[in-house]
Design a protein. Structure first.
Length: 346
């Protein structure tokens, strides 16, 4: 057994935040996860969801109408900020809530919020941008670490692409920890260092904005109607929430009793940074946790002399599994519940 020497700045995001009852999600409780589901072997920093939004074509139509005739000086064409930071960002952008009609924007925001809550344990999102990339527009590598645990990019780019470039570029995690796996016999090229995701229409990309990322320069069209068009923002406020039969106060108290010792235990484990979201399936009959479902995991071990990266993650996940898997909620005759718990390590 290794000695657990290091104390680090682990913080469980639940200590300071309110509990949320996600009533509107109750109808969509998914099938039970397998009991004792194994923790993820590796962090996942990028998720891609095709055909994300049922209203994507209507958003596109709104854009197309506004820019249909370049000879028409409609007031609502005058909306873009040409955002240029030398050698860093060049694009057209405008706040999405002012660009789209209110009802359309709110429906999009609802879909994103529901996704964020259900899939990422995030209850909020930043105000979204609409961004348009004509010839020469790009974003050079950067990170958006403070903005929230996940960035999103929803593409409204025409399916028939009239330009080259425009991919979202995300540095592969191994590049940030290069030397342990360095192989002097192998050369590496762009595709080995960076993951490129094309802006396919209605594709939602969700990624860990701590990883250096950017947008490959668009080449080939100066027409906004044929350009790369995306809605972007960040999911924020990782907060526990529950669905099902449990009463809010009882759930909060029981969860607190499990997370307090977990927090203390994690503070003694090797330092890690990232967000782990786990969903507990709670039996109404017994109040016990029947299954843990690992929703997301961007946990990266920080260098610690006495731990390998795999050991560090293993210890952390074992502690979470033990403490949260052993949580006891009050039995509840009305049925089962789900408790979604984001754990923020910083
Ligand atoms: O549009 C993209 O693919 C990425 C956007 C981005 O990284 C940003 O706006 O900070
Ligand atoms: Fe970014």
């Amino acid at each position: 057994m290794r000695a657990l020497l290091r104390v680090h700045r682990t913080q469980i995001g639940i200590a300071t935040r309110g509990y949320a009852r996600a009533t509107r999600l109750q109808r969509s409780v998914p099938a039970a996860a397998a009991p004792g589901q194994e923790p993820p072997a590796e962090a996942v920093h990028l998720r891609i969801h095709e055909r994300f939004y049922a209203g994507a074509a209507a958003l596109r139509e709104h854009f197309d109408k506004r820019f249909a005739n370049p000879l028409e000086a409609r007031a609502d064409r005058f909306c873009w900020d040409f955002w240029h930071v030398e050698n860093q960002y060049t694009l057209l952008r405008t706040p999405a809530d002012r660009f789209f009609p209110r009802v359309q924007y709110e429906a999009l925001e609802d879909a994103l919020l529901e996704f964020g809550e259900r899939q990422l344990g995030c209850r909020g999102m930043s105000p979204a941008w609409v961004a348009c990339y004509v010839d020469g527009c790009r974003q050079e590598l950067h990170t958006d670490a403070p903005h929230g645990p996940w960035a999103f990019v929803l593409s409204l780019t025409p399916a028939q692409r009239a330009f080259a470039g425009g991919d979202t570029l995300l540095m592969q995690p191994h590049v940030l920890n290069y030397w342990p796996s360095f192989d002097p016999s192998a050369g590496l090229e762009m595709k080995h260092l960076v993951t490129a995701v094309e802006p396919a229409f209605n594709r939602l990309i969700v990624f860990d904005p701590r990883l250096p990322h950017g947008v490959r320069a668009v080449e080939g069209t100066r027409d906004p109607r044929r350009a790369r068009l995306v809605v972007t923002g960040w999911f924020t406020e990782p907060t526990p929430f529950f669905t099902g039969a449990l009463a809010e106060g009882a759930a909060a108290q029981a969860l607190g009793e499990a997370t307090r010792p977990l927090s203390e235990e994690l503070a003694e484990l090797p330092p890690c940074a990232g967000t782990v979201v786990v969903r507990l399936r709670v039996s109404g009959a017994t109040g016990g946790v029947e299954a843990l479902e690992w929703l997301t995991d961007t946990l990266v071990p920080l260098p610690a002399a006495e731990y390998s990266a795999a050991d560090a993650r293993g210890e952390v996940f074992a502690a979470i599994q033990r403490r949260l898997g052993g949580a006891r909620f009050p039995p509840c005759a009305e049925g089962d519940s789900e408790v979604t718990v984001p754990l923020v390590f910083e």
